[in-house]
Design a protein around this ligand. Sequence first.
Ligand SMILES: NC(=O)c1ccc[n+]([C@@H]2O[C@H](COP(=O)([O-])OP(=O)(O)OC[C@H]3O[C@@H](n4cnc5c(N)ncnc54)[C@H](OP(=O)(O)O)[C@@H]3O)[C@@H](O)[C@H]2O)c1
Length: 242
Amino acid sequence: MPDATPAPSRTLLVTGASRGIGLETARRFLQNDPALTKVFTLARPSHDFDDAVAELRALARPGVEVVRYDVDLGDRAAVIDVVDRVAAEHGNVDLLVNNAGYTKPVPLQQVDFADFERTIAVNLYAPFTFVQELLRRGNRFELIVNIASTAGINGRSGWLTYSASKAAVINMSEVMRSELAIYGTRVACISPGRTATALRRVLAPDEDPATIMQPQDVAEVIEMLASPVGRFVDSANLVVRQ
Ligand SMILES: NC(=O)c1ccc[n+]([C@@H]2O[C@H](COP(=O)([O-])OP(=O)(O)OC[C@H]3O[C@@H](n4cnc5c(N)ncnc54)[C@H](OP(=O)(O)O)[C@@H]3O)[C@@H](O)[C@H]2O)c1
């Protein structure tokens, strides 16, 4: 029987940790993973992020560090700078959750090309850059989780830029999964359906958030992937929806 003992110590990097699924993921790992030693939280500077980091630090067991990086993931140079700092100051990232996401839904005729580029930069290039740049610094990942969307499986009217970026995340994750298996790294892609967060309010402003999935539901699946049973989940793209 395969060894199911969790690593003695591990670190977690979560992008988009200021709210929603990312914040809930950081919370759950701090509460439930006894091996966790450091959590690297990333978002742009905001009061939400201040509050999130304060809450996470209060939640952390003694000796567990919550490190904050203020970064706009649409800025590739800034992403590389964060990777440099994480690698130099803290060493290996064992668990990477590429969660941050951006969308500005408009009909095709109104798509602003600069906004399309920004969507691709935040949703696709940033996750790629974290993986590539950390690998180039000798990082050995245990698990990479890329958050895509059901909108990446079936394109939605009015969501062209978002749907296209998420379709690319699903496909990129398959390639990562197959290329990184030789290092013992597992790569999972999660495609959530409707989840009650700020981003969902942008996509569906009239929806009652109480009627849809909550961020905890998605975070729990991420946590499961990092648990001993997660190694038996053999799926390129896990769809999580009501
Ligand atoms: N909610 C849904 O229905 C749903 C469904 C499918 C997939 N998803 C995906 O789930 C992931 C998490 O989203 P969520 O629903 O939890 O939304 P959310 O609550 O709005 O959180 C989005 C996170 O992404 C961060 N972010 C956005 N743009 C950024 C940038 N340029 N630089 C740095 N950070 C940035 C935000 O941080 P700041 O804005 O504070 O910088 C925030 O922490 C996204 O990838 C989203 O596409 C969500």
